[in-house]
Design a protein around this ligand. Structure first.
Ligand code: A3P
Length: 301
């Protein structure tokens, strides 16, 4: 176990990655019990890298025949009345919090998400033909997003914790689901080796060209042809501006006690500038440059 951290009281290292005790228990159960199906779609992210957004986009995309997105204006689309986290189960979270949850009852294709590293995924995820969509975000924005999330979730525990210490921990890899770079690179290489299995997308590309990225994701998932108007409707339905204003995402809490509004803060690229000093930003940049060197992966911003 690590010494006391800032977001959580203690973290545990498992197969190279740091987890809270709760998530680690969930991961171990997931590895043991989860049976992937060929038709499954698994969204993988580092925390605070766009999970909520991708959950909404993927849900809207794969269910567009069952729940036409254009009808969203008439108020009957599930995303208008249900928080994305309740529509798409979080594997290790469910295994920890709701051991009786029956994954086989999810409608096909099943859509789920996880933060588990590639090498620690349940064996059936790798051996089946299920698809993995991995979303990576610029580490400075991801760090800052998690920093504010932690402050909201645990104001007392984080009050006296300096950001310099948090950046140091991040750069040492001792961060929830970290090391960040190992998480990203495992999926990056998997996507290079097996592009039909793993699709690598970035938060920044999604922001800059949402429609184009949705079309790329749809092709990867074999979703069939999707019209330009339909893509535009999905972009609009799942946009930060739209989702963050919905009552269901402004009020209430998830079963794990986290307020739904905590998942919608700024939704921007480069927002780290408000929070990180130049020298802290440089510390992260130096670390990431060194870790990504030679990988062929370059993250914008
Ligand atoms: P910020 O804290 O930078 O605003 P996750 O869903 O993985 O927990 O990530 C949360 C981050 O994604 C937050 O970033 C949040 O504001 C942003 N986000 C949530 N919904 C979004 C959306 N529809 N479009 C863009 N960003 C979104």
């Amino acid at each position: 176990p690590s010494e006391k951290g800032w977001l959580v009281s203690q973290m545990y290292q498992f197969k190279g990655f740091w987890q809270t005790q709760a998530l680690l228990q969930g991961i171990l159960k997931c590895q043991k019990h989860f049976e992937a199906k060929d038709s499954d779609i698994i969204l993988v992210t580092n925390p605070k890298s766009g999970t909520t957004w991708l959950k909404a986009l993927l849900f809207a995309l794969i269910n567009r025949h069952k729940f036409p997105v254009s009808s969203s204006s008439s108020g009957d689309h599930p995303l208008l009345v249900t928080n994305p986290h309740l529509l798409v189960p979080f594997l290790e979270g469910v295994y920890y919090e709701s051991p009786d949850f029956n994954f086989s009852e999810l409608p096909s294709p099943r859509l789920m998400n996880t933060h588990i590293s590639y090498l620690s995924l349940p064996e059936s995820v790798k051996s089946s033909s299920c698809k993995i969509v991995y979303c990576c975000r610029n580490p400075k924005d991801m760090f800052v997003s998690l920093w504010h999330f932690g402050k909201k979730l645990a104001p007392e525990e984080t009050a006296d914790y300096p950001i310099e210490k948090a950046v140091k921990a991040f750069c040492e890899g001792k961060f929830i689901a970290g090391p960040f770079w190992d998480h990203v690179l495992e999926y990056w290489y998997a996507s290079r080796e097996n592009p039909n299995k793993v699709l690598f997308v970035t938060y920044e590309d999604l922001k800059k060209q949402t429609g184009k990225e949705i079309t790329r994701i749809a092709e990867f998932l074999g979703c069939g042809s999707i019209g330009e108007e339909e893509v535009k409707d999905i972009v609009r339905l799942c946009s930060f501006e739209h989702l963050s204003k919905l009552e269901v995402n402004k009020e209430g809490t998830l079963p794990n006690g986290i307020e739904t509004k905590a998942f919608f803060r700024k939704g921007e690229i480069g927002g780290w500038r408000d929070t990180l000093s130049e020298s802290l930003a440089e510390e992260i940049d130096r670390t990431i440059d060194e870790k990504f060197r030679g990988s062929g992966l370059e993250l914008s911003c």
